[in-house]
Design a binder for this molecule. Structure first.
Ligand code: GLU
Length: 286
C-alpha cells in the first residue's frame, strides 16, 4: 500500500508551497487507495510555536485533506534517534567533533586546506579536523557527532548508491548518487547530532520515514540534494530506501521561492480574504 507524508516544521504559517506539497502527497496516496500522514518536524524547539502546530492541521483540514493518525512529533522521538546514533557510533562511522564554526572557517581558509571549498546541503563541507582524534568506546553525550563518510564507504560498500525518482505517473528514473562523484565531495562529514544532542534533520527524517512505512517521499526539489545524504544514512542503518518524488517549487510573482515569513501567501491569509480550497488549488495549478 502506498503511504506518503507531509512533514512540516511548525515554525511559521503554511503557504501556497506547503499546500502544493501536501496536496500532491495526499492525492498521490489516495488515488491508489493508499494512506497519507502528517508528521510534525519540531526538532528545532527554539523556532517551533504551538500556534503554528495547530494552524497546520486547521489549514490542511480546510484544504479538504485527511490523514491517518496518530500524529508523530519528532520532539517525542529522542529515544529512537539515540538508538540509531548508538548504532552508528558502535559501527565507527561517526565521531565526536569539538570544532566551533570559527575553527571550521579557519581550517578552510588555511593554505593547506586546498583552494576548492566544497558545499553540501548543510553548507561548507567539514574539513575533517576531528576525524582522526582518539575515540572513546562509549558515545560521548555532550559533543557534536559527525559522519565519517570515508570510513562508512569502506565499511558499508557505498560505491553504487542510487534511488528511484518518480518523474511522472508510471514513469520513473534511477538516480545514481556517486557514479561520477565522490561522497566525500558531495556529502562530506555531515553533522549527525549537535552538541546539545538534538539529532540532525537528515537522521530523524530517515528513521521516521521508515518507522511510518513511507513508501513514497513527496517533497520539494530543493530537498533533492539532501536525498543523497538520506540514502547514505538508510544504508548505514539498514533501512529500505523509499521512492522519491521531488516536485517543483511554488514561486512568488517575482520568481522567488516562497518562504515561511511570506505571510501574504499564507493559507490563512487567503482564507481570511474569502478564498475557497478550490481557489487555492487553482492558484498552484492543481
Ligand atoms: N520538515 C521539512 C520542511 O518543513 C520537510 C522535510 C521533508 O519533507 O523531508 O521543510
Amino acid at each position: 500500500m502506498i503511504r506518503t507524508r507531509f512533514a512540516p516544521s511548525p515554525t511559521g504559517p503554511l503557504h501556497l508551497g506547503h499546500a502544493y506539497s501536501a496536496i500532491i502527497a495526499h492525492d498521490f496516496a489516495k488515488a491508489s487507495g493508499g494512506e497519507f500522514i502528517v508528521r510534525i518536524e519540531d526538532l528545532d524547539q527554539s523556532r517551533v510555536r504551538k500556534k503554528w502546530d495547530s494552524q497546520i492541521f486547521e489549514d490542511l483540514e480546510w484544504l479538504g485533506l485527511s490523514w491517518a493518525r496518530p500524529i508523530m512529533r519528532q520532539s517525542e522521538r529522542a529515544e529512537a534517534y539515540s538508538n540509531a546514533i548508538d548504532k552508528l557510533y558502535y559501527n565507527q562511522v561517526i565521531y565526536p567533533c569539538y570544532c566551533t564554526r570559527r575553527d571550521i572557517s579557519e581550517a578552510i581558509a588555511a593554505p593547506q586546506g586546498g583552494s576548492l571549498i566544497l558545499q553540501n546541503p548543510d553548507g561548507i563541507i567539514y574539513p575533517g579536523t576531528c576525524r582522526h582524534k582518539t575515540k572513546t568506546n562509549t558515545r560521548p553525550k555532550d559533543q557534536a557527532l559527525r559522519l565519517d563518510v570515508a570510513a562508512a564507504m569502506v565499511a558499508h560498500d557505498l560505491n553504487d548508491l542510487k534511488f528511484i525518482e518518480i518523474v511522472a505517473p508510471g514513469h520513473s528514473k534511477t538516480i545514481n548518487i556517486n557514479k561520477n562523484s565522490n561522497l566525500t565531495d558531495i556529502i562530506g562529514d555531515i553533522v549527525i547530532t549537535r552538541r546539545d544532542m538534538a539529532p540532525a534533520y537528515h537522521l530523524a527524517v530517515v528513521i521516521d520515514d521508515m518507522e511510518q512505512n513511507i513508501t513514497h517521499v513527496v517533497r520539494g526539489e530543493d530537498l533533492r540534494p539532501s536525498t543523497s545524504i538520506h540514502v547514505v544514512l538508510q544504508r548505514l542503518l539498514g533501512l529500505t530506501t523509499p521512492f522519491y518524488i521531488h516536485h517543483p517549487l511554488i514561486n512568488d510573482e517575482n520568481g522567488k521561492r516562497l518562504a515561511k515569513r511570506n505571510d501574504a501567501k499564507s493559507i490563512s491569509t487567503f482564507r481570511s480574504q474569502g478564498a475557497s480550497p478550490l481557489d487555492i488549488r487553482h492558484m498552484i495549478g492543481l
